[in-house]
Design a protein around this ligand. Structure first.
Ligand code: SF4
Length: 100
């Protein structure tokens, strides 16, 4: 095994200290932290007729199978729009009733 001299050791330790917070930030955003909201004017959102306020009272993102936000959140992730959040009270044409 190669021995590190003091300069090499301090350099690798400094890199670890600098990179560690960015790893935590990346992990938090992918776990549903503060993702950007889906813009209803995005081409994909338009293609699916996504709206932030559902015209159908019983069909909203919060009770859609593809919604993974918490029950009390007003925004949450959706499998159709990766790395973005949809409105809990929104809707799109891909809506599927949540099982259970
Ligand atoms: S698939 Fe459509 S209705 Fe279902 S959570 Fe996503 S945006 Fe809302």
């Amino acid at each position: 095994m190669k021995k590190l001299n003091r300069r090499q050791f301090l350099g690798s330790t400094a890199a670890l200290v600098v990179l560690t917070p960015s790893i935590f930030v990346a992990g938090r955003s992918s776990a549903g932290g503060h993702l950007p909201k889906v813009d209803p004017n995005d081409p994909q959102a338009k293609a699916l007729s996504y709206v932030r306020e559902s015209p159908k009272a019983d069909n909203i993102c919060a009770n859609c199978q593809l919604y993974t936000g918490s029950a009390d959140a007003s925004w949450g992730p959706c499998a159709i729009f990766p790395n973005k959040e949809v409105a809990a009270g929104g809707w799109c044409s891909a809506w599927v009733k949540k099982a259970g």
